[in-house]
Design a protein around this ligand. Structure first.
Ligand code: ADP
Ligand code: MG
Length: 240
């Protein structure tokens, strides 16, 4: 589904991704975890070509993303980030409808999908569809951001610390919603966080990233009970 094949990326002299290879399976919830600056966002952004690799290759469905039409590629991949990036002058419904509109869905299909997502993400306060982002709480804005990323039922969704700014309860509730939706839809999710608890709670598999490389990839319990080396033990132990 998503394949990183000997990916290298540097910014100037600074090597940010160092010969990284990884395969993410169809329908998998994969979490990249690691400290700030380890290269997680950069790696994630190579998938939708917000970052171009210097060497190696990133494949989606077996096809090198560098060979794809970039607009078509991005329409097929949901993307949600911490700073939400909702369009301030568009209503909740119009924000959620962004990609379906680009894909020329019918009005009826768009309306039905917006209603469905508003319910799935528990945004169902009266009049929510017609409200503007600045009238929402931080948690509600994040929910709209997630709804927008999922709107066109992409098979792949990239999420970069999407719940970073939320209080623990809101965060837990959103994690639950996301996991349920992901299971139902069979979506492949590549999720980035620096929070080990979040990684272990969400991930089918987790990859620990340090200094531009993957130190260990495995099921959460494998990293906890069978850390590959001292760095893994330290990171797992230190943040829990
Ligand atoms: P993470 O998401 O794990 O915190 P990033 O991928 O954002 O890490 O960044 C990894 C390293 O690359 C950091 O040292 C960061 O400063 C650097 N970096 C990221 N983007 C750029 C850029 N556009 N130009 C220069 N350096 C960058
Ligand atoms: Mg980041």
């Amino acid at each position: 589904m998503i394949e990183f094949d000997h990916v290298h990326k540097r910014f100037g002299e600074h090597v940010v991704i160092d010969d990284l290879s990884l395969r993410i399976e169809d329908g998998e919830f994969f979490v990249l975890v690691g400290p700030s600056g380890s290269g997680k966002s950069t790696l994630l952004r190579t998938v939708n070509r917000l970052v171009h690799v210097d060497a190696g290759c990133v494949r989606v469905d077996g096809e090198d993303v560098a060979m794809r039409d970039v607009e078509a590629l991005r329409r097929g991949i949901g993307y949600a980030i911490q700073s939400v990036g909702l369009f301030p002058h568009r209503t909740v419904a119009e924000n959620i409808a962004t990609v379906p509109r680009l894909l020329r869905w019918s009005e009826a299909d768009i309306r039905a999908r917006v209603d469905e997502l508003i319910e799935l993400l528990r945004l169902d306060e009266p009049g929510m569809a017609g409200r503007y982002p600045h009238t929402l709480s931080g948690g509600q804005q994040q929910r709209v951001g997630v709804a927008r990323a999922l709107a066109a039922r992409p098979r792949i969704v990239l999420m970069d610390e999407p719940f970073g700014a939320l209080d623990p309860l809101t965060r837990e509730s959103l994690q639950g919603s996301l996991k349920a939706i992901q299971r139902d839809m069979g979506t492949t999710i590549l999720f980035v966080t620096h929070d080990m608890d979040e990684a272990f709670g969400l991930g089918d598999r987790v990859g620990l990233m340090l200094d531009g490389g993957l130190v260990q990839v495995g099921k959460p319990l494998e990293l906890i009970h069978n850390p590959a080396d001292e760095r893994v033990r330290e990171f797992v132990g230190g943040t829990r």
